[in-house]
Design a protein around this ligand. Structure first.
Ligand SMILES: C[S@@+](CC[C@H](N)C(=O)[O-])C[C@H]1O[C@@H](n2cnc3c(N)ncnc32)[C@H](O)[C@@H]1O
Length: 233
């Protein structure tokens, strides 16, 4: 995010894509380490749940959008799927540890033909996109009818007690550890960026508007993460 101070300031819409790309290029080297540390390894189980939610035949083709360093691609392959990753950060792709094919591209203009994939996954990236309706339209375009989507994202716990602890951990501890081991600005942006997420109801309405049915939301990790799944009508 360049030299901007993100204590309460998120990039303007027109700067967001470039700012996000630069930020992930910068933190790519230690991204996996920080993920494991900051979620106490819970992210591993959350990704596996994302993959198992697809429930499609082996060898189904799954596009993992905003694949980053390829964690979901690896889990998809492990489950027998043919995974393809797309991300716009060259740094994240260079740091990837997967033998799945990876393509540099934008989630809002996927380099994939219409109806070409059986499913689409996206981990911890919705809040980084400049706008969600164009992304959902892209999902509807590339996923075949009857195909599945699974989006893994952060969430804010609903219980007041957990909410307080979560706010302290996500708002204070994450930027502190992120700053020690990687990049403080980026790890201040990451918690703040949850503000970009629409409410669960809005998100479901937008997905339905894009052409998805059977929309479900599952809370994971005492409500610190959410899995949104749906089927292409
Ligand atoms: C928090 S990381 C998540 C990486 C990976 N999915 C995971 O679960 O660890 C967000 C990723 O989204 C990518 N990203 C953000 N906006 C994007 C866009 N418009 N097109 C493609 N990739 C994007 C970033 O480059 C980054 O790799």
């Amino acid at each position: 995010m360049g030299d901007r101070d993100h204590s309460g300031v998120l990039p303007a819409a027109e700067e967001k894509a470039a700012a996000v790309e630069t930020m992930f290029d910068r933190i790519a080297g230690r991204y996996d380490l920080l993920n494991r540390l900051l979620t106490f390894g819970l992210d591993i189980g959350w990704r596996r749940r994302t993959v198992s939610s697809l429930d499609l035949p082996r060898r189904s083709v799954v596009l993992d959008v905003a694949c980053g360093t390829g964690d979901l691609c690896r889990d998809l392959q492990h489950a027998g799927y043919k995974a393809i990753g797309v991300d716009f950060s060259a740094g994240m792709l260079a740091a990837a540890r997967t033998n799945a094919p990876l393509v540099r591209g934008d989630a809002l203009g996927l380099p994939v033909r219409d109806g070409a994939v059986d499913a689409l996954t996206c981990g911890f990236a919705l809040r980084n996109f400049t706008d969600l309706p164009p992304f959902f339209s892209e999902c509807a375009r590339v996923v075949r009818p009857g195909g599945r989507i699974a989006f893994l994202e952060v969430a804010v716990p609903t219980s007041p007690l957990l909410r307080g602890g979560h706010a302290f951990y996500f708002g204070r501890v994450v930027p502190f550890i992120g700053g020690l081991l990687s990049d403080r600005t980026a790890y201040r942006y990451l918690p703040e960026s949850t503000r970009y997420l629409p409410s669960p109801g809005d998100l479901a309405t937008r997905l339905a508007g894009a052409g998805f049915t059977a929309i479900r939301r599952e809370l994971l990790g005492v409500g610190a993460a959410q899995l949104i799944t749906a089927e292409r009508a």
